[in-house]
Write a protein that binds this ligand. Structure first.
Ligand code: HEC
Ligand code: HEC
Length: 338
């Protein structure tokens, strides 16, 4: 605060000097607008932390399951449970092979197809309150411990630049490449849920591009996007439909309002994040005439106990109108993510 107070008059002074001398910044190819400066290699290195499936990007270092167990106990167990078994934040262990079944459990072992992703995630994002505070050795050790919790590596495993990419995750082959988009006759990769209540009667297409339009500007992209069949038409012409942002077209969707008001940080329509899935909320209050008013008050005041121990913080930022619209959308049961 005091830094700002000191700084303010000088900033004002600088503005006045500029005015007095009638200084006009010269824009040239060499100086651009005179703003900023090129990032230094050290600055770029600070951001360039991604680790790829083949291990590219892994820093030197090593860590064992036993070392990981110790660090995990100090820095991670409070949220994830002693054995990675606490589902309240993100369950890390178990669940292997469950994703295709009727009660899927998303965990490191069930979901990730590459162990390098685990390293990358811990390295960039954990521990939650203090990301990027771990050394490479610690991240290797934590990766080893978490993988051992699901018996993916043995208890004496030591992971490093060479051994980590060799770990074969149980879900290695469980991922598919954009069906629909990437194969000409595949199914769509979007699985929208059918709207059940108060649905729009007619979808209004606001703008459309004639066949050949993309070809004119981007060349023949049919090889990159097979299935986007706009090229070399034979038979019926196809249309690429583009809905432009037209504020007169329709009021923002419930989802857009939830997003605008920060609700989607904790709520998804179809699965629990920190808060319950909106679909589950709709199911719980189905037929309850008081639900709208009750939930309005609850969201405003926040609180815990209905869906678990984790509280929802008071949502004071959302306007009455937005809250009404979001909750009607939630309770309609037709909540879908666009
Ligand atoms: C204060 C609570 C907290 C602490 C401490 C914490 N985490 Fe997390 N962790 C979370 C939350 C919340 C998520 C889910 C974040 C999300 O989905 O955006 C998460 C997600 C993860 C995931 C991804 C799980 C998945 O399946 O997507 C891993 C791996 C993980 N944490 C590892 C660790 C490790 C290792 C530590 C200790 C160095 C740690 N966490 C400490 C709260 C915590
Ligand atoms: C920081 C996370 C967080 C945010 C942000 C958040 N919620 Fe929640 N929400 C929760 C949690 C946790 C619960 C479960 C509370 C409980 O068990 O009583 C919950 C519960 C709910 C419920 C069900 C309440 C009940 O008593 O059954 C509704 C409806 C809801 N939230 C709507 C919203 C709306 C609308 C917003 C945005 C304006 C929002 N939430 C923002 C975490 C959050």
């Amino acid at each position: 605060m005091s830094k700002w107070l000191e700084f303010m008059p000088r900033a004002l002074l600088a503005t006045q000097i500029v005015l007095v001398f009638g200084f006009t910044p010269q824009v040239t190819a060499a100086t651009g607008y005179g703003l900023g400066r090129p990032a230094t290699p050290a600055e770029i290195a600070g951001w360039d932390i991604d680790v790829r499936p083949d291990g590219q990007g892994l820093p030197p270092g090593r860590g064992s399951v036993a070392e990981g167990e110790k660090i995990y106990g100090e820095k991670c167990a409070s949220c994830h449970g002693d054995f990675g078994d606490n589902p309240q934040y993100a369950q890390l262990a178990g669940g292997v092979g469950s994703l295709a079944g009727s009660s899927p459990v998303w965990t490191v072992g069930s979901a990730l197809n590459n162990a390098t992703t685990l390293f990358d995630y811990i390295n960039r994002a954990m521990p939650f309150p203090n990301p990027k505070s771990l050394t490479p050795d610690e991240v290797y050790a934590l990766s080893a411990y978490i993988l051992n919790l699901s018996n993916i590596v043995p208890a004496d495993a030591v992971l490093d630049q060479k051994t980590l990419p060799q770990v074969k995750m149980p879900n290695r082959d469980g991922f598919i490449l954009f069906p629909g988009l990437m194969t000409a006759h595949g199914k769509s990769d979007i699985h929208a849920v059918a709207c059940m209540h108060d649905c729009v009667k007619q979808v209004k297409v606001i703008s459309e591009l004639p066949a050949g339009f993309t070809e004119k500007f981007f060349g023949d992209i049919s090889q990159e996007f097979r299935g986007l069949n706009t090229m070399n038409q034979t038979g019926e012409p196809q249309w690429v439909r583009v809905a432009l942002n037209d504020s007169s077209a329709a009021p923002p969707s419930g989802y857009a309002l939830a997003q605008k008001n920060g609700c989607t940080a904790c709520h998804a329509t179809d699965h629990k994040i920190v808060g319950p899935a909106y679909r589950d909320v709709a199911a719980k209050y189905q037929g309850d005439a008081q639900a709208l008013e009750k939930l309005k008050a609850k969201v405003r005041k926040g609180g815990a106990g209905v869906w678990g121990e984790v509280p929802m913080p008071p949502q004071t930022q959302v306007s009455d109108g937005d809250l009404d619209a979001i909750l009607k959308w939630v309770l309609s049961g037709g909540a879908t993510t666009p």
